[in-house]
Design a protein around this ligand. Structure first.
Ligand code: MLT
Length: 266
């Protein structure tokens, strides 16, 4: 793990392996540790980079609202700081996917492949955005612990919660140790994010969308719809898991990502 300065902040960055760059962007309110099984698997063939987003894990926090565009620009600055000049495969889960859309829009020249795990193209409804803003205030008052009971049932399939408690517990610990200001800034940023549906038909990099069969946040039907709008995109449903497919079913997810990258020249 190293700390890399980009402008006014330092980011915690895990880098492993050599080869073509493959970047992982974590979901909310987590950090790079959610990608542990993917980092282990893919660092044998790729230069794997997994950073903590600003305000998460060990990365500095900056700004009371962080837009998805800003997280995407942080990533471009990080690549410059790391001297990564090859095109990269970008894999984001959920909020990481919201950031991946923005990265494609703003830094398409740097992108070779998009991998969208358990994410959405739609914006929040006004009600969902209002709830996020209330939750941001609550986290600032009470700390991130108040998110654990709300988030864990949404993130993990019920059977994962009963059959794989260690994995679920490890993410509960990550949530508990999150930075309140960083969590609040991300909630405000997600509340403001735009609907990107109109962009989908212009995406011209090989794209894989994958979704846990029981995902309660980004449903199979919704993901299937957006994947169908991206020219040539592959879509896969991962059986027996929820929103955290890469953690709940790492072997299957790794096989699908590996096959996709091999078949599309990654
Ligand atoms: C995530 O997993 O990143 C979040 O659940 C995304 C969201 O709340 O929309």
């Amino acid at each position: 793990m190293s700390r890399i300065r980009i402008g006014e902040i330092e980011l915690n960055v895990e880098q492993r392996g050599t080869g073509r760059p493959l970047l992982f962007v974590h979901g909310f309110p987590l950090d790079h540790q959610m990608w542990e099984r993917q980092i282990d698997e893919f660092s044998e063939q790729f230069h794997v980079v997994a950073r903590d987003l600003r305000g998460f894990g060990g990365s500095d926090c900056h700004g009371s609202t962080v837009l998805m565009e800003e997280y995407a620009d942080d990533l471009a600055h990080l690549l410059e700081a790391l001297g990564v000049d090859q095109k990269l495969a970008l894999c984001g889960l959920s909020m990481g996917g919201y950031i991946a859309w923005q990265f494609w829009r703003r830094h398409a020249e740097r992108l070779s492949h998009l991998i969208l795990c358990d994410t959405r193209a739609l914006a929040d409804t006004p009600e969902a955005a209002a709830t996020r803003l209330e939750t941001a205030e609550r986290v600032l008052r009470e700390g991130p612990n108040c998110l654990v009971d709300v988030m864990i049932p949404k993130l993990f399939w019920e059977r994962t919660r009963s059959q794989d408690p260690l994995v679920v517990e490890s993410m509960a610990r990550v949530i508990e140790s999150a930075q309140s200001a960083g969590v609040a800034a991300a909630l405000r940023g997600m509340a403001e994010r735009r609907d990107v549906t109109a962009w989908l038909s212009d995406i011209d990099v090989p794209t894989l969308a994958l979704c846990g069969q029981h995902d309660a946040i980004s449903t199979v039907a919704e993901m299937q719809d957006f994947a169908a709008a991206i020219p040539g995109a592959e879509f896969a449903v991962i059986p027996d898991c929820g929103h955290m497919a890469p953690l709940e079913r790492p072997r299957r997810v790794n096989e699908i990502i590996g096959d996709f990258l091999r078949a599309s020249g990654g």
